[in-house]
Ligand binder design. Structure first.
Ligand SMILES: Cc1ncc(COP(=O)(O)O)c(C=O)c1O
Length: 380
């Protein structure tokens, strides 16, 4: 389909091309190159954690983190209102996902509901910071985790740069992950990162990331010595070209976030005047990076009709998210069913994510607003 306005586009410039070209032209260190550690150091400094460890996706980062925390055979409380990787990572690590409700303010995990679902088998909680918004209940969730001796592992895939009272998302829990997939705040095409203050988690994750290999002073490809392997691990490493791209993207993250916020404010100013449209709001002290711009409609019928109407006008939208617990694998394997999570299911019926990216121009923004206005005028 030839859409006039896609859901997202990556922000890029000549520096990105040069950064990747430099690694390619070097003709060596395309794997395990120096740019990887440099990117990790800069991400850790940006987020405010002691360690950062890059991965070839946010999913492999989360999977590794759950292996490092050893959730095998244990329950892990997760949102159903999330991308499926949040729950899949638990299953892949041998844990049991227990779905909890999400709240309607920031679409994060609802602390009260989480607390109700804690059992003797619970080992961890994975809060979501939805679409660039810090989760409303993140501080409450940290308290709950500490009271019950649980690990709080933030799925901050969508929210690099977001903060609450200047404390960055990614530092509220015991460890966190971010994604650099193409629709994220900054991107390396595919990629992810673990951030943590724990040396132990960092060391374990490093082993799992790379075959369980004990690294020597020189990297694997440059040493004549034989490495030992002390774990069964994966190859979840980020390629050097992508780390170089990540460094170049990170250099302009402030600009990217500022552009995203400008476009989001423009949409909110105009869409909030339309009866029947509920726009995203930042809570006091919260700073959102608007990885997504999601509105709520009155009901499922209106949402679906609007989506169809906008598609006909060439405007892409998407439902982020339909509940994970209602996907076939979770119904069949874990016995989940409709009405298990009424709040989540209600949110999923009403949510619609609109296009938002740094280079959306005024004409495109007005086109989106005008068509949503027209939809509601034609309807009434
Ligand atoms: C909430 C959430 N968790 C995890 C992931 C997984 O990240 P990736 O696509 O980089 O594997 C994503 C990305 O789409 C996400 O949105």
């Amino acid at each position: 389909m030839n859409l006039k306005i896609p859901l997202f586009k990556m922000y890029h410039d000549e520096d990105d091309i040069e950064a990747v070209s430099k690694v390619i032209k070097r003709g060596t260190y395309w794997a395990i190159g120096p740019e990887i550690e440099e990117f990790e150091k800069k991400i850790a400094a940006f987020v405010g954690t002691r360690y950062a460890l890059t991965f070839n996706s946010g999913t492999s980062a989360l999977h590794t983190l759950l292996l490092a925390y050893d959730v095998k055979g244990k329950e892990v409380i997760v949102p159903s209102f999330s991308f499926i990787a949040t729950a899949n990572a638990v299953v892949l690590a041998g844990g049991i996902p227990v779905f909890a409700e999400s709240e309607a303010d920031t679409f994060g995990l609802d602390a009260e509901d989480v607390e109700r679902r804690i059992t003797k088998k619970t080992k961890a909680i994975i809060p979501l910071h939805y679409g660039g918004f810090p989760s409303r209940d993140i501080e409450k969730l940290r308290k709950i985790a500490d009271q019950h001796n649980l690990f709080l592992i933030d799925d901050a895939a969508e929210s690099l740069g977001a903060s609450i009272n200047h404390k960055n998302v990614g530092t509220f829990g015991h460890s966190a992950i971010f994604s650099f997939c193409q629709n994220k705040v900054i991107s390396t095409g595919e990629g992810g990162v673990i951030v943590t203050d724990s040396k132990d988690v960092y060391e374990k994750a490093k082993l799992i990331r790379s075959h369980g290999r004990v690294e020597l002073a020189e990297d694997y490809f440059s040493t004549t010595q034989d490495n030992d392997y002390v774990e069964v691990g994966y190859n979840y490493r980020m390629p050097t070209m992508l780390a170089a791209l990540g460094l170049s993207q990170l250099d302009k993250i402030k600009k990217i976030i500022s552009l995203r916020r400008d476009k989001a404010n423009y949409l909110s100013c105009n869409l909030s005047k339309i009866k029947g449209v509920s726009v995203p709001k930042e809570l006091a002290g919260h700073f959102s990076v608007y990885q997504m711009y999601s509105i709520l409609l009155e009901n499922e019928e209106t949402r679906n009709d609007l989506q169809e109407y906008l598609l006909k006008k060439g405007i892409m939208t998407k439902v982020y998210f339909n509940p994970i617990h209602l996907k076939t694998i979770y119904q069949v394997r874990f016995g989940c069913k409709e009405n298990d999570l009424p709040s989540t299911e209600g949110l999923s019926r009403r949510v619609l994510t609109l296009p938002l990216y740094p280079h959306l121009n005024n004409e495109e923004l007005d086109f989106i607003v005008l068509n949503i206005k027209n939809f509601f005028e034609n309807r009434s």
